[in-house]
Design a protein around this ligand. Structure first.
Ligand SMILES: NC(=O)c1ccc[n+]([C@@H]2O[C@H](COP(=O)([O-])OP(=O)(O)OC[C@H]3O[C@@H](n4cnc5c(N)ncnc54)[C@H](O)[C@@H]3O)[C@@H](O)[C@H]2O)c1
Length: 284
C-alpha cells in the first residue's frame, strides 16, 4: 500500500479539527470538509487556537504553527475534498444514516485505492462499510478528545477489512505520534466496553452507599493510578451520553454489567447531566 500524503477529513467539529491538525502536523496535505463555510472556518480557527496555546506553553514554535496551517485547506465540496486523496477520515455526527450517505458519496468520488476510515465511537464498522464497493479498504480509526493531546487510537477492523488496510491505519496512527491498539469490530470496541462497566459499577456503589463519590474515584486514582475516577469522568462526558452508551451495550452484549443503575436514570431524568448542566456526581 502506498504512503499517505494527502488526507481528507470530513466534519470539522470537535474531532475533525483535531484529526486535521495532527495529520497536518505529520506533514500531510489535509483537506478539511464540512457542510458550510461557517463550520470549516470554525474548525480552522480551533486548529489555530490549539497551536497558539502550544506556542504559549513552549511546545510549538511559530514556524511550526505556520507550516501546519499551510498544510491545511478547507472546502464545502465533498467531491473536492476526497479527489485524489490517500486517506479519508470521517468525523461527522454519530448517525448511521448520515455516515452511510457520506460514504456512498465518497465511494464514487475518492480514488479506488484510498483508505476509508470512520471515527465513529460506537457504530458498527461492518455496517458502514457495507455501502462502499470495496469494504476491504474500510477501517475504524477511533481518536479521543482532545485529539492533539490524547495518545490513543483504536484501529477497528471490520469483517471485511484487509490486513493491508488495518496495517496502514496502524502505521498512520503511529506517524501521528499516537499509540494505536487493534480491536475487532465488536460493540464498544475496547475502550467504551471496559470504561462503561467501571462507570456503571461505580454508580451502583454510590447507590448502595458503599462510599462517597470522591472516595470511589480516589480508589481508582490512587489505588490503580487512573488519572481520573469513573464518576468524575462520567460528569465530564455527560450522564446522558454514558446512559445512552450503556443502554446500547447492555442490549448488544446482553451482560448485566452494562445495565444502567436506577440512580443514573433518575439523575438524567432530573437534568443532572454532569459538568454541562452544573452538577452530577460533583457540583461544577
Ligand atoms: N466528541 C468526542 O469526544 C468523540 C470522541 C471520539 C469519537 N467521536 C466521534 O466522532 C464523530 C464526530 O463527533 P464530534 O464530537 O466531532 O461532533 P461535532 O458535532 O463536534 O462535529 C461534527 C461536525 O460534522 C459536521 N457535519 C454535519 N453533517 C455533516 C455531513 N453530512 N458531512 C460532513 N460533516 C458534517 C458538523 O457541521 C460538525 O462540524 C462522531 O462519530 C463521534 O461519535 C467523538
Amino acid at each position: 500500500m502506498s504512503t499517505i500524503d494527502t488526507v481528507a477529513v470530513l466534519g470539522a467539529g470537535t474531532m475533525g479539527h483535531g484529526i486535521a491538525q495532527v495529520s497536518a502536523a505529520a506533514g500531510c496535505a489535509v483537506r478539511l470538509y464540512d457542510i458550510d463555510e461557517g463550520a470549516v472556518a470554525a474548525g480552522l480557527a480551533r486548529v489555530r487556537a490549539n497551536l497558539d496555546k502550544g506556542i504559549e506553553r513552549g511546545k510549538v514554535t511559530a514556524d511550526e504553527r505556520d507550516a501546519i496551517m499551510a498544510n491545511l485547506s478547507t472546502t464545502t465540496s465533498i467531491a473536492e475534498a476526497v479527489d485524489g486523496v490517500d486517506l479519508v477520515v470521517e468525523a461527522a455526527p454519530e448517525s448511521i444514516q448520515l455516515k452511510e450517505s457520506i460514504f456512498s458519496e465518497v465511494d464514487v468520488a475518492a480514488p479506488e485505492e484510498a483508505i476509508l476510515a470512520t471515527n465513529t465511537s460506537s457504530l458498527s464498522i461492518g455496517q458502514i462499510a457495507s455501502v462502499v464497493r470495496d469494504p476491504s479498504r474500510f477501517v475504524g480509526m477511533h481518536f479521543f478528545n482532545p485529539v492533539h493531546i490524547m495518545k490513543l487510537v483504536e484501529v477497528v477492523w471490520g469483517p471485511e477489512t484487509s490486513d493491508a488496510t488495518r496495517d496502514a491505519a496502524v502505521d498512520f496512527a503511529r506517524r501521528l505520534d499516537k499509540e494505536p491498539i487493534v480491536v475487532k469490530d465488536a460493540p464498544g470496541f475496547a475502550s467504551s466496553r471496559l470504561g462503561i462497566v467501571l462507570g456503571m459499577e461505580a454508580i451502583r456503589m454510590v447507590e448502595q452507599e458503599v462510599a462517597s463519590a470522591e472516595d470511589i474515584d480516589k480508589a481508582m486514582e490512587l489505588g490503580y493510578r487512573h488519572p481520573m475516577g469513573p464518576l468524575r469522568l462520567t460528569d465530564l462526558v455527560g450522564l446522558d451520553v454514558r446512559l445512552g452508551i450503556a443502554e446500547y451495550l447492555h442490549e448488544r452484549l446482553g451482560s448485566d454489567a452494562f445495565e444502567p443503575p436506577a440512580l443514573l436514570r433518575r439523575m438524567v431524568a432530573e437534568g443532572k447531566l454532569g459538568k454541562k448542566s452544573g452538577g452530577g456526581f460533583y457540583a461544577w
